[in-house]
Design a protein around this ligand. Structure first.
Ligand code: PLP
Length: 475
């Protein structure tokens, strides 16, 4: 930021006013400005060198984009994504989410105001461009982040949801029978969160193989995968890198970097993708209607790709020329991405994973529940089946009594009011009755031990009630 400001003053400075920077020689000035012995400067020097050497970027061009972007003195140009930024984000996706696999046709990226905006824009653009029509069946991988259950519903998109269920018995993976539902060509789209929220499990590589099979029988299926938690699973592989043609990817920097306030996420799509194919197959009537709308923004809408339409739609088409994520936010995304890609090892990600792992183990041990330490478990959230826990630890008679006398919501209310612990209601995510979701992202390890202690304390109180009633009945 200091360097970017000095660049502005270089060209023009009058009182508190300064000009735009200039590209010529900016690389050399950057080298002169930075202090190798300061930690932050050293990272910036290394990151720029990495981009120039490994991503073949022009140093002046890159630094001009970074400096201009951080000062935010131009509209985002190109609107969808700054040029070097797109390459930086691409490298991040390949190493962090695609297990090193580079999609053959290349990936277009649209940075957005967080994953939430990405989702909103995608739902809207699919509907608006008639790729999903009222009455179309869409498959939803459940349990899932609640808005995914609600958005298709509340916006009157008229979509018919079909649940593709994963459960604890299958280690929160999707079994073949459920996956086979997607072979039905009437199912136009499949929405999933992977690794899932709330169950926090990634699809196994076996399931990814099976998904590839299924899609070969329903080749026009649109898959929307939200991989916000991907980096919490070592060696994670996105559905996108297996099926780039069919898949729209949503990623957010919010969770890994604890940066929800920045609102930094993205939409990524292969340059060769099913949405563009489906646009070309629309009826002449639909094409004409859309052509008329997009013609206010571009000279020839017939060649306008879906991801560009999505960008235009994010500003009601009319304001396409001022669309795009704020440039300082894009540059901040570059910095987060480069902190992962610049060096051989990303110590931050390792620390983040170790941190949630430690909390998970502390919680499960304190609850006396079996841990799942499989590679697919992201351990960012966990679903705890309280009823199953009661059955195992207090016996089936008490489990039956609890089932008859205390509803799931009573339990959550009691836990909140008497014990000061607020947990999320599992069925709200389409998870089983009697389950709760516990986030491992927000508190310190000892807090999770305390949460477990209070849950057990409440259950013990119920048990005392149950025993008293049993005594009364016996008397
Ligand atoms: C938190 C979350 C989001 C929202 O991400 P933002 O970038 O904060 O908007 C999207 N998807 C899932 C699955 C999430 O858990």
């Amino acid at each position: 930021m200091d360097f970017a400001t000095s660049e502005c003053e270089l060209v023009y400075a009058d009182g508190d006013m300064a000009g735009h920077g200039k590209k010529e020689g900016i690389g050399e000035r950057f080298d002169g400005f930075m202090d190798e012995t300061a930690e932050t400067d050293k990272f910036l020097i290394d990151a720029v060198e990495h981009c120039v050497k490994d991503l073949n970027m022009d140093k002046d061009d890159l630094l001009f984009e970074l400096a201009n972007g951080i000062t935010g003195d131009y509209y985002p140009t190109p609107s969808r994504c700054l040029t070097n930024t797109e390459a930086i984000l691409n490298e991040f996706l390949v190493t962090a989410l695609f297990n090193g696999k580079e999609p053959e046709k290349g990936t277009d990226i649209f940075p957005t105001e967080g994953g939430s905006a990405a989702m909103t824009y995608i739902f809207h653009a699919l509907n608006h461009n008639r790729l999903l029509k009222p009455g179309d069946k869409i498959a939803i991988g459940t349990p899932i982040f609640t808005p995914y259950l609600e958005i298709p519903d509340v916006n009157n998109y008229g979509l018919v949801p079909i649940n593709v269920v994963s459960d604890e018995a299958h280690n929160w993976d999707i079994d073949e029978e459920e996956l086979n539902k997607l072979k039905d060509k009437d199912i136009k789209a499949f929405f999933l969160v992977n690794p899932s929220n709330p169950a926090s499990h990634a699809l196994s590589s076996h399931t990814l193989d099976a998904l590839e099979e299924v899609v070969s029988e329903n080749p026009d299926l649109i898959i929307l995968t939200d991989d916000v938690y991907g980096t919490f699973v070592e060696g994670f592989e996105s559905v996108y890198s297996r099926l780039p043609y069919n898949t729209i990817l949503v990623y957010s920097f919010s969770k890994l970097y604890g940066a929800t306030g920045w609102r930094t996420g993205l939409v990524a799509m292969s340059r060769d993708n099913v949405c563009d194919h489906l646009l070309s197959k629309l009826s002449e009537e639909d094409k004409k209607a859309l052509w008329d709308e997009y013609a206010i923004a571009v000279p020839d809408p017939s060649s306008m790709k879906f991801i560009e339409r999505l960008t235009a739609d994010s500003r009601s088409i009319g304001l396409y020329h001022t669309s795009g994520l704020s440039t300082p936010s894009q540059i901040f995304m570059d910095i987060m991405a480069l902190s992962h890609t610049t060096y051989e090892k990303d110590e931050y990600i390792e620390l983040a994973n170790a941190t949630v792992n430690e909390r998970y183990i502390a919680l499960m041990d304190a609850l006396g529940i079996d841990k799942d330490l499989s590679g697919e478990n992201a351990e960012y959230y966990t679903i705890v089946d309280i009823n199953a826990m009661i059955g195992e630890q207090y016996g089936s008679d008490f489990a039956q009594w609890k089932h008859e006398n205390i509803s799931d919501l009573d339990f959550l209310n009691d836990l909140a009011q008497k014990k000061g612990v607020v947990l999320m209601y599992g069925p709200g995510f389409d998870a089983p009755e009697g389950s709760v979701r516990i986030s491992l992202a927000n508190l310190y390890t000892e807090d999770y031990v305390e949460i477990a202690r209070r849950i057990r304390e409440l259950l013990d109180e119920y048990y005392t009630e149950f025993e008293a009633e049993a005594l009364q009945e016996a008397a």
